[in-house]
Write a protein that binds this ligand. Sequence first.
Ligand code: SAH
Length: 351
Amino acid sequence: MAAAKKDIRALNLEELQEFFVAQGDKAFRAKQVYQWLWNKGIHDFEGMTNLSKSTRALLEEHFIINHIAVDQQQRSEDGTIKNAVQLFDGRIVESVLIPVKDRTTACVSSQVGCSLDCRFCATAKLARMRNLNPDEIFDQVVAIDQQSKAYFDRPLSNIVFMGMGEPLMNYNNVLAAIEKITSPVALGMSPRRITLSTSGIPKLIKKMADDNVQFNLAVSLHAAIQSTRENIMPFAVKFPLDELLLSLQYWYEKTGKIVTFEYVVWKGINDDMEHIRALVNYCKKVPSKVNLIEYNAIGEEQFQQAAPQIIDQYIEYLTAAHITATVRRSRGKDIDAACGQLANKNQQNTT
Ligand code: SAH
């Protein structure tokens, strides 16, 4: 039986060069193929028109090109598009196109399901099935860029890793995907337009700083009081707020980038002065801004959006302490595409 063909996008440029040299061909072919794969986003060898027939046949013989397929698309009243994306093994993740004025943001997934247990998030209810490969993350970006051009007549402008999964639990593949998204010989997007959102894993935040990454960082804080945070995000018991703070201070020292705290205010959970003061104090210890996110109900009784006056109070106290606070309105709620609602609702994803 012939050996299983390898996914060509699992190879880096050097490995592709080695392949061609071993086949008695020129190393520069690798660059041509690489461009087709990562710059033009081609999904079949036939389409690589500057390669000879025999080279295309050679590639066909040794490799396959695994790629995603947009399985189902839902459009919200507000223009948001949710894609159910089928992976090569049949599993499904979701990614979202969010149009805002003259910009288009892609919200991409990094894992099938999630290994964390945030009690207010629908994705957390799905077990983590597997990590996405770099090309599966990359393909979501390309697909949304194409949709942005088709529906809004402009290319994709921003990327947020706020879809399904915890990106830092898939560290290597997420960074490899970002490398392809930003590399001038691939998509060439500016890393300043990319934001990675994490629930806050101190060791890996430090690692990103050491790896000299150029993209932005957001941390899902939701409470600056440890006991509250553990209550709503049980895994946080392993990552205390003090340790998180140290890692963020380290991040700022190394990268000079301000962290954004994502924060939802819930009735009876963090809607009092004690939590407001704790947040202000926490923010004072590291250069940061706060994004107050509207809660998207996922059917959990104990989580209810706090009263608007409380949100105003948060803003007032943060602003008084010279901390920028913005409110992020939900997008795509009517199609379950908003933050924390991605749960493959229309799909079977159980095996
Ligand atoms: N795992 C990463 C990225 C995915 S979640 C992280 O935790 O940051 C993206 C953002 O949506 C996070 O800030 C998360 O806390 C928030 N979120 C989760 N469920 C939500 C909900 N039901 N309503 C509003 N925001 C939610």
